[in-house]
Design a binder for this molecule. Sequence first.
Ligand code: ADP
Ligand code: GLC
Length: 494
Amino acid sequence: MRIVFVASEGVPFSKTGGLADVVGALPKALAEMGQPVEVILPRYRMTKPGSVLPHLQSLTIPLASGFRFAAIQDGGESKGVRTIFVNLPEFFDRDGLYQEKGEDYPDNAARFAAFSMAAIELIKRTGEAPDIIHCHDWQSALVPIYLRHLYSSDPFFAKTSVLLTVHNLGYQGLFPPHILPQISLDAGLFTIEGLEFYGKVNLLKGGLIFSDFINTVSRKYAEEIQTEEFGCGLDGVLRARAARLAGILNGVDYEAWDPQTDKLIPANYSPSELRGKLTCKVVLLEKMGADSISLDRPLIGIVSRFAAQKGFDLIADIAESLMAMEVYVVALGTGEPQYEELFRSLAAKFPRKFFVKVAYDNALAHQIEAGADIFLMPSRYEPCGLNQIYSLKYGTVPVVRATGGLDDTIEPFDGKEGTGFKFDEYSPKALLACLREGTTVYQDQKAWRRLMLNGMQKDFSWVSSAKQYARIYQMLEKEKARPRATMAAGPSRG
Ligand code: ADP
Ligand code: GLC
């Protein structure tokens, strides 16, 4: 099959969060199974320039607001995955990917419309018709919308199916209605059956409606988003498409996240030789500026985008009680100014126990995974979450709220079995009780070691998730191969 990913970020070229980790790792896992994948990404300021493609150097993007001319660059091939960059400096040569200083770029609709259309035009000029275009989140949701509307009579795409993966329903690409003509879409799409959403244009909604299949990144989140509580206003659309919606848990790229081989941490360690983990803890505390280090205190680590989703208002509420406990906290993150301010003020108020770096720092993210005893993710909602899964491998015990992928990946410790601690109710009280439970078990060295080892032995590699994606691709391919009459009779009846 020809499979093309269209996404707005992917490691090692660009990243704001877990989407990039998935777009970096899933194609590799598919390629290892013998399925080559192409990945199309924007070329941002943070992306190292690629070389010129010999047969295709630039592309005209026929957007209604005016033609755009994208340079196309080859990001190289690695392990069966070819990456191609759409280089539109006026849109992507900026410090941020989607925003700066907590403010979305005002021209985001034009940026990702140009990118999505460039991806379609690029696909047309670089080979056979694809079987699958695999899109991710609102930034590439215009691909299925364009294919259904602007390219519906283009025979090149007649056998192409689109899978849309929703990594986070909280980000929908909402814009005023007047953008429709500017991004080459008919104003007739502004209806409740189309892209209209409470008076705005909702690109993710369009993607959900016009893709052949939808999935999200954990089984539990796939259920949650069909409810009013988690549906962010799109639960009705998702319920209507429930037969075409799956939940596939993200995997982990253990080439990047394994304490036995991680080059970014001060000492390597493994389940049979844990001593390096203590070195990582000491070096981390020293690096963050702790003066007198007391090793019998558990170190609670946080690495996160600072966003409302992540539940940090609960930490604000429990800060005094938490700091009365014998613990250290080391937090790394950037994002919404109010949370950056919260973490800075906690570090200033508790300078001997609470350490913060407000930045994006991949090396420090690895060092926190290795040096912490506990990893805290009190998320309000969490489609999958990757850091808690990385933590398991690093023997860093997750304390999480039982939501979405956090609930699917962490099993409560009962003294023998289990990998972490979970709380249900989104409340400061429940979080504090859960942290108390964790820090109490920490004092029992034997139990703690067992708990660490339980997590370290879990395998969340991409293999089984990649197989599930492959099954969806195959199912979609079979459906397209059927004669039209059968399709009309109902493609979802197997
Ligand atoms: P989300 O995608 O919602 O941000 P995930 O848990 O899926 O959450 O993935 C977050 C990814 O981004 C992880 O790889 C994590 O290490 C990384 N990350 C988040 N914030 C930072 C930061 N400030 N510095 C370095 N890495 C970060
Ligand atoms: C999103 C989600 C996160 C998920 C990631 C990768 O950003 O917030 O839970 O792990 O995408 O799928």
